[in-house]
Design a protein around this ligand. Structure first.
Ligand code: HAM
Length: 436
């Protein structure tokens, strides 16, 4: 029997390969919202003198174990870690502050003196339980200011974030603020906290029973409903701050108040990463539901030393871009006209050359243009323009070729105007309020 006789003749339906759980494709028109968010973020970050840094997605596992902390949820159960072929342990970055500080040390940016203000955008990976606003591959827009412990840095960064949210028409958000002290005052607080936890430990969730021993601060950001009344009664870091941390915290609050930035003190806001010192903060949006933190950050004055670098106090934050995109989706989707600005409708082969020349000239000016490559009747052409949500249709037929004046139809009002060929670009620019 020939081998080919074994090949089944009736083709079997092959099961389609799906995207991995907790990951997703970002598709148009949603990607337009993401572009808008990123453009605005870059604009605002540049205005505050941050410069972009791009670090690898793959890092040594030790980087996160040493900075984020072995006992955090992120490191202990959420990282995508694997042994490379040469047995090195690698991890898909779960966050990028550690990477930015590693790069700061590796490239000796501290030698340049003064503040180093860096920002980044890109995917992060955490193996969490997926739900709305929580993914296993998600995106952050983050920024780190390294080289100063001045409270004005904290205030200025929060001012910048409020500006960004306003520019994106995000109206309802809450800035939550806390101080988690420093290695001088925190041990005393941890002693008191441990002591208080001994009495209530048995009534807490199983994770917190473990955390009460291994990393008691983590109990404070437990999300289990039944634990909340107990946690509410635990001692607060704010009551144990050393004079320097207290002064720093007061200066941050004063700075926010003098800039009329509303905030709410959140004594339990310790955040899920171990590197924080002094200021911690988050911005929440109620529209997001359960995963309501649209961004978070704080100060990490000892992180550089933890990673083998010189003292370099730092402050930073990361915006959850997936969540920010969700929040701005409604307001921006209405502003964004998602089709091309112009559709060039040519009628008859004789018009094709002029139509293509016009499309090319407009595109060179950055104007978004679509053109058919097949001949079409006028009605079908206008139908296509409207299907594409083009703002204008430029009609070029025999008559237009002769007169050198093209018909420009405003697809929203139906109004048609005759425009000189060399005036078309100006007309489109002037008659469209939108970004090109
Ligand atoms: P984080 O709070 O872990 O902080 O993450 C920052 C933001 O990323 C969160 O507020 C949230 O919006 C978003 N995010 C986190 N996990 C997910 C997820 N699974 N799915 C969707 N969005 C998520 C950090 O990562 C710190 N590196 C921030 C920082 C920078 N601190 C100082 N500098």
């Amino acid at each position: 029997m020939l081998k080919s006789d074994n090949i089944p003749t009736v083709s079997k339906r092959i099961e389609a390969v799906q995207s991995v759980k907790g990951t997703r494709d970002l598709m148009p028109p949603e990607t337009s919202v993401w572009q808008r968010v990123e453009e605005e973020a870059r604009r605002v970050l540049r205005a505050y003198a941050f410069r972009e840094i791009r670090t690898p997605i793959l890092e040594s596992t030790a980087l996160f174990a040493r900075s984020v902390g072995e006992d955090t949820d992120i490191v202990s159960k959420e990282m995508y870690t694997f042994q490379d072929r040469d047995n090195e342990s690698l991890t898909l970055r779960p966050e990028a502050t550690a990477s930015a500080v590693r790069a700061y040390i590796e490239h000796r940016l501290f030698n340049e003196g003064g503040l180093q203000k860096l920002y980044y955008m890109g995917p992060m990976f955490r193996r969490e339980r997926p739900q709305k606003g929580r993914y296993r591959q998600f995106y952050q827009i983050g920024a780190e200011a390294l080289g100063s412990d001045h409270p004005a840095i904290d205030v200025e960064s929060m001012e910048m974030l409020v500006l960004l949210l306003e520019q994106l028409s995000v109206q309802e958000f809450t800035l939550l603020l806390n101080s988690v002290g420093c290695p001088r005052c925190r041990p005393e607080y941890l002693k008191v906290l441990r002591h208080a936890l001994e009495d209530v430990r048995a009534n807490l969730c199983r994770d917190c029973q473990r955390r009460a021993v291994t990393n008691p601060l983590r109990v404070l950001d437990c999300k289990v409903e039944a634990d909340q009344p107990i946690i509410e009664q635990l001692p607060r870091m704010a009551d144990y701050l050393c004079p320097e941390c207290r002064q720093h915290f007061e200066a941050v609050k004063d700075g926010l108040e003098s800039r009329r930035i509303d905030y709410r003190q959140a004594p339990r806001l310790v955040r899920g990463l171990d590197y924080y010192t002094r200021t911690t903060f988050e911005i929440t949006c109620s529209a997001l539901g359960a995963q309501n933190a649209v961004l978070g950050g704080g100060r990490y004055d000892g992180l550089s030393e933890m990673l083998g670098g010189p003292p370099a106090p730092g402050f930073g934050f990361a915006i959850g871009e997936d969540r920010l995109a969700l929040v701005v989706m409604d307001s921006i989707a209405k502003q964004l006209e998602l089709g091309p600005l112009a559709y060039v409708a040519w009628i008859g082969e004789a018009a094709l050359g002029s139509a293509e020349n016009l499309a090319r000239a407009l595109r060179r000016q950055g104007i978004s243009v679509e053109i058919s490559h097949q001949p079409m009747k006028l009605k079908k052409s206008l139908g296509t323009a409207s299907k594409l949500a083009a703002r204008f249709a430029i009609i070029i037929g025999e008559g237009e070729l002769e007169s050198g004046r093209y018909q420009v139809k405003d697809m929203t009002t139906g109004q048609q105007t005759e425009i000189e060929t060399n005036q078309i670009e100006r007309y489109l620019q002037q008659n469209s309020a939108r970004a090109i």
